[in-house]
Design a protein around this ligand. Structure first.
Ligand SMILES: CC(C)(C)CCc1c(C(=O)O)[nH]c(=O)[nH]c1=O
Length: 308
């Protein structure tokens, strides 16, 4: 069974890598992912200057997944761009960018452009918007304007990290918008399902501190939403790659994401809970599943989900 893939001029020995935000804030964490069975790695979303992030507890895992309101804790963009400068590129490296404003995003992307590095940016469209406005990716006009300016500043291939959508009209509007940008070569679906609330029954208290306990959901909680977003955007944007993220904890969910059209898949909650050993385990389970089904390579089943 062959788990390798080639896309956008990059070769990956395995379709699995980390979701931005997990196991990727420090160079030690990034090196652990790079030294694991992961096929690639991506950095924590960075901002212009270092950020402490929100007060703890800001992450909590349950039997069904996780909730987080980290608040973009990161070392500042030069830390990650310097990591990308010294990286050996034996596997692809992506840098996640999530400026606190469009100006910050443009400034960081111009710096990345001028470094002429082999890494590709994944621009986090869940980044904050103007006060009183929803996150950028839920404000279509603002997203269009941002992508226009980003495309002018950054000539190379780039991708975007999308929050989940839940309405067919939103899938259609977002895909039509994203299809206008040639330089936008991939979308990563999905970011955490926003503003959930989990409660500790004994203490009658929220599980995390920030935002009155509201936080982004990951894990089993989000698999159906992640699969729907991957399948809809892969269908609506046939010329772009879709990277699947959300609810992957075994070969089965990795298989399902690829069946929905994902080129590669990212692991978040499961990686946070299990550590980098999850990559080899999930990879083995995926290979087993493919062998049982008689598939030799990922292209044998990618995007082949059947409907009734
Ligand atoms: C939610 C933001 C803080 C605006 C962006 C960073 C981020 C975070 C975070 O740093 O809280 N958590 C997520 O699950 N997804 C994200 O994109």
């Amino acid at each position: 069974v062959d788990l390798s893939l080639e896309w956008l001029g990059m070769r990956m020995a395995s379709p699995l890598y980390n979701a931005s935000g997990v196991m990727c804030r420090t160079r030690e964490e990034l090196d652990a992912v790079a030294g694991s069975a992961a096929g690639a790695l991506i950095t924590k979303s960075c901002t212009l200057t270092p950020r402490e992030g929100n007060p703890e507890p800001r992450y909590h895992a349950t039997a069904l997944g996780s909730i987080n309101s980290m608040g973009l804790p990161n070392e500042g963009y030069p830390y990650y761009f310097d990591y990308a400068q010294q990286f050996d590129y034996r596997k692809p490296l992506f840098v996640s960018v999530s400026g606190m404003s469009l100006e910050d995003n443009l400034f960081m992307l111009a710096d990345l452009r001028d470094r002429h590095l082999p890494c590709l940016p994944e621009i986090n469209l869940s980044c904050p918007n103007l006060p009183g406005k929803p996150q950028l990716a839920y404000d279509f006009a603002a997203t269009a304007e941002a992508l226009e300016k980003i495309s002018q500043v950054y000539p190379g291939a780039f991708g975007v990290k999308l929050p989940p959508y839940f309405d067919p009209v939103h899938f259609a509007q977002m895909a039509a918008l994203l299809n206008r940008f040639e330089g936008l070569r991939f979308v990563t679906c999905i970011n955490s399902v926003g503003n959930g609330l989990l409660i500790d029954l004994a203490s009658e208290t929220t599980l995390i501190s920030p935002k009155g306990g509201l936080g982004g959901l990951g894990g089993d909680y989000v698999l159906p939403t992640a699969l729907a977003n991957v399948r809809e955007f892969a269908r609506l944007m046939p010329d772009k790659h879709v990277i699947g993220c959300g609810g992957i904890k075994s070969g089965a969910e990795a298989f399902m994401h690829i069946l929905c059209g994902a080129t590669a898949v990212q692991i978040g909650t499961c990686l946070h809970e299990e550590g980098v050993g999850a990559f080899a385990r999930i990879q083995h389970e995926l290979a087993e599943l493919m062998a049982q089904k008689g598939y030799q390579c990922l292209a044998d089943f990618r995007g082949r989900l059947k409907t009734l």
